[in-house]
Design a binder for this molecule. Structure first.
Ligand SMILES: Nc1ncnc2c1ncn2[C@@H]1O[C@H](COP(=O)(O)OP(=O)(O)OP(=O)(O)O)[C@@H](O)[C@H]1O
Length: 335
């Protein structure tokens, strides 16, 4: 397979000295769905902006569709689409008008723009609301239209920055289905950022975990999960005297590989969950600690993220969704 994105030792330091991206490298193959996972401020948007010609790197090399975005920004832009976190659609126009306007930006002939907008309205399930003004759309409908706008010029490579942020699970699943269709029907390469691990797992052929401007892990979700190994035993402990010693008690047990405490829950990675469980319970009860609940599960991408960054991504989702909702509200007020 040929690489459609090649990045080597890419860096961005903003004026004022913020090192947003600190020497990252990765390749995205043509036709892949590639996910960039990371918390607020990890450097995801900065990386996307450099890949999409919107920001100049401080150092490093990058090629997008075989071209250097700094030397050939217009040629790169013709090959890519970019759906940012901020909705780009115009509320005062209808869905169909927004798409035609997008077609005009890319100098499509009117008949071709009509044909493509009909096709895309169908793809994102908006045909029956196409002639209603966008201000009457729900958040999910706006996002779907936004994605359709990003597809009008049939890019080879589509960047989606948090495509499902703030949307309910049903709408999120619809968007996943459209992403799948774009890949299948148009052979498009998709580069998306997300903080929903379930989404990354369901959609992405490969993911990179980025934290504080560095890539911590990269691979297929199944490989990354297998890399954690075995099972994860989660224990909720009562707040009794001695519970704080639980991590070191578990760490001393032979089948336990690693132990992390998150939000009062202890997570122990073990080779074989069923075999390790009695030993864990026995060791804790010998110290007078009885867990309030215990669960054994296969590692998820959340566990991969936790293992590589030392914290959970989930804890930041709430604030991120709130800030997105606030941005949508502001847009409506400003009009
Ligand atoms: N224009 C700027 N000037 C100075 N610092 C910036 C600028 N834009 C971003 N940063 C900083 O660079 C770092 C990376 O930001 P970036 O927006 O790339 O992160 P992110 O992973 O996309 O996070 P989010 O999901 O919140 O958008 C952060 O510390 C941020 O505050």
């Amino acid at each position: 397979m040929a690489a459609i994105i090649e990045v080597e030792d890419l860096r961005k330091t903003y004026p004022g000295g913020v090192e947003a991206v600190r020497g990252i490298g990765f390749r995205v193959e043509e036709g892949e769905v590639f996910g960039f996972l990371g918390p607020n401020g990890a450097g995801k948007s900065t990386t996307i902006m450099m890949l999409t010609t919107l920001l100049r790197p401080t150092a490093g090399t990058l090629r997008v569709a075989g071209l250097d975005p700094i030397a050939h920004p217009a040629r790169v832009r013709a090959e890519i689409g970019y759906v940012s976190q901020d909705l780009a659609v115009d509320d005062s126009l209808t869905g169909r008008e927004n798409l035609r306007l997008q077609g005009a930006f890319y100098h499509l002939a009117p008949a071709e723009a009509r044909r493509r907008s009909d096709e895309l309205l169908d793809l994102v399930g908006l045909s029956d609301r196409a002639d209603h003004r966008v201000e009457t759309y729900s958040g999910g409908m706006r996002k779907r239209l936004d994605i359709a706008c990003g597809l009008m010029h049939r890019p080879r490579l589509l960047f989606l920055d948090e495509p499902t942020l703030g949307l309910d699970i049903q709408t999120r699943r619809q968007i996943w289905a459209y992403v799948g269709r774009m890949k299948e029907e148009f052979g498009m390469t998709l580069f998306l950022t997300t903080h929903y691990m379930e989404e990354a797992d369901a959609l992405c052929d490969r993911v990179a975990i980025i934290d504080r401007g560095e890539v911590r892990a990269i691979g297929r979700p199944a490989e990354l999960k297998a890399g954690i190994g075995g099972d994860v035993v989660s224990l909720r402990l009562p707040e009794v005297n001695g519970a704080s010693r639980a991590p070191s008690i578990l760490q001393g047990l032979e089948p336990v590989r690693t132990v992390q405490a998150v939000d009062g829950i202890l997570q122990a990675v073990v080779d074989d969950g069923d075999g390790a469980l009695p030993l864990i319970v026995q060791a804790l009860s010998a110290q007078g600690i009885t867990p309030a609940s215990i669960a054994v599960k296969k590692p998820s991408l959340d566990d991969v993220y936790l293992a590589h960054t030392g914290r959970e991504l989930r804890e930041e989702s709430g604030s991120r969704e709130e800030s997105w909702q606030a941005r949508v509200r502001l847009r409506r007020i400003r009009r």
